[in-house]
Design a protein around this ligand. Structure first.
Ligand code: 7PM
Length: 282
């Protein structure tokens, strides 16, 4: 059980679905600020209606090759959206950022979880996260988005990811973050080749021995696009297969674009894990 701000909780005994809410200009943007905020909030409400347990708000594109986003710009993208969701819902909100100032402002605006693809390595991030006293997801990435996909190399990818996450988790604890507030993520697609991604997926269970809840994000990623020669909007079936494999190998939070479809996968997984509790929906 994760303890959240304002006395709320997140149950991790069944897989939880984190719906992706991108607020980068390339994702919504039809010019007007209000329109952008409105469409972001509507998308969040749609995902919650479909069964999402967490809304992950992100304003920095960490796409391979992407340029850095300025702090002020990222704040202007994400804070109004978090405030607007909070006005309409008591849902669990995570903030997908690496910047300490964005983490702080986001938690102030109503975010419950910090999700950082740079595992709180940026200046001030550990301190802000410790002070905020909220759950943190620390992710493995080799290199930086701009260059991470040029010839990634590992002796043993799963071992190196596990060692890195163990080391960053220890840094979190040393900085005053409760071990109970740490979530780990192997970072599919972040500085990994096709083979690395599938080896990591096959060996995901090994991360369980670190003792932290596991979050995975595979939704629509190029590990499916490359394998199947599918464009981003043709990767749903593969993403659902990936989500199921993650659940079977111990992931407790799956970060996805397609909430409705992923909820079906969660329910099949749950019925299989606990057949005597399976309930007919008709
Ligand atoms: C373009 C390409 C834009 C890829 C965004 C992305 C993860 C994450 C992202 C993940 C956690 C995406 C990525 N991926 N946070 N943020 N784990 N914890 O596919 O795998 O959404 S951004």
């Amino acid at each position: 059980m994760l303890l959240l701000p304002r006395g709320r909780q997140l149950d991790l005994t069944t897989p939880q679905v984190m719906g992706i809410l991108n607020v980068t200009p390339d994702s919504f943007s039809d010019g007007g600020q209000h329109n952008d905020i409105d469409s972001a909030v509507n998308r969040a409400m749609k995902m919650l209606g479909e069964g999402a347990n967490i809304i992950d708000v992100g304003g920095e594109s960490t796409r391979p090759g992407a340029a850095d986003v300025l702090e002020q710009e990222e704040l202007e993208r994400v804070i109004p959206v978090i405030q607007a969701i909070r006005e309409r819902s008591d849902c669990v909100i995570s903030i997908d950022t690496s910047k300490a100032a964005v983490m702080q402002a986001a938690v102030q605006a109503g975010a419950d979880i910090i999700n950082d693809v740079r595992a709180l390595e940026e200046p001030g991030a550990l301190e802000v996260a410790a002070k905020a006293n909220v759950p943190v997801c620390i992710m493995h990435m080799k290199g930086q988005p701009r260059s991470m996909q040029t010839a990634p190399d590992y002796t043993n990818v799963t071992q190196e990811v596990a060692d890195y996450l163990a080391q960053r988790a220890q840094c979190c604890v040393d900085a005053g973050i409760s071990a109970k507030n740490i979530i780990i993520d192997p970072g599919f697609g972040f500085g990994k080749s096709l083979q690395h991604n599938y080896k990591l997926l096959n060996e995901l269970e090994q991360l369980k021995s670190l003792g932290y809840p596991i979050l995975t994000g595979l939704s629509r990623k190029s590990m499916f696009g490359q394998l199947l020669n599918r464009s981003a909007d043709e990767r749903l079936s593969a993403s659902l297969a990936g989500a199921l494999i993650c659940m079977q190998k111990g992931a407790v939070i799956v970060r996805v674009h397609d909430v409705k479809e992923t909820m079906d996968v969660v329910r099949v997984h749950e019925a299989t894990t606990n057949p005597l509790q399976a309930q007919s929906a008709v």
